[in-house]
Design a protein around this ligand. Sequence first.
Ligand SMILES: Nc1nc2c(ncn2[C@@H]2O[C@H](COP(=O)(O)OP(=O)(O)O)[C@@H](O)[C@H]2O)c(=O)[nH]1
Ligand SMILES: [Mg+2]
Length: 227
Amino acid sequence: MNRLPLEGKVLKENDRIAQELRQLYDTHGVLCLNLVSSPGSGKTSLLERTLEHFPAGERVAVLTGDIQTENDAKRLRRFGFPVQQITTGGTCHLDARMIQRALEKWRLQDLDLLLVENVGNLVCPSSYDLGEAEKVVVLSVTEGEDKPLKYPAMFFKSELMILNKTDLLPYVPFEVEKAVENARRVHPNMDVIKTSCVTGEGLPEWWQWLADRKDRFGAARVTAPVA
Ligand SMILES: Nc1nc2c(ncn2[C@@H]2O[C@H](COP(=O)(O)OP(=O)(O)O)[C@@H](O)[C@H]2O)c(=O)[nH]1
Ligand SMILES: [Mg+2]
């Protein structure tokens, strides 16, 4: 009986903190992106290939969320950039408070880019704003072309769909055009990049997308940069 009002309150509180985070990112010129997908689509693999590509001086950090284990943080720390694991202990999404707590350990003025890997789940993370500039949804070719239609909120709220594991296309019945069409039925003109974290296909396009987003974010900032 009390479920809806309570849920509404939690989401309202989350939105308040997310707004504080957004203001903080703006003040310090940090572009925050929230990577979402089902478990196993390749979020951590994409982040590995991204960190591997960055020069040592890149001002990037990663927060990676899972219900249990430090596995993803261990995979990502190998590249020398700041990485923190957030274990939710059962919660199916990251929320803004978890991000706020994690960020207490870092100086935002040392960063230009914050990449957040959300808990693998195509439902709950769509309801929790983390103060990010944009969401990026990863869909892999083993999941079926219909997922954008089944989980529309996630695709509607994401600016970019990474269609990952294209190296597996010869082995699975998956129509790329259909998947893109479904995504764009939910989110017209959504950006789409096809990648393989195994062969490296499409990764330069993703890196370029990131660079363009950083430039666009920098140009659109409303607050003057802080020293
Ligand atoms: N064949 C293939 N496997 C991939 C690709 N990207 C990730 N994987 C594999 O998919 C599994 C899940 O990847 P992971 O990055 O942990 O996914 P996450 O749960 O979304 O973070 C791992 O076994 C990866 O090696 C890809 O592009 N092609
Ligand atoms: Mg992962």
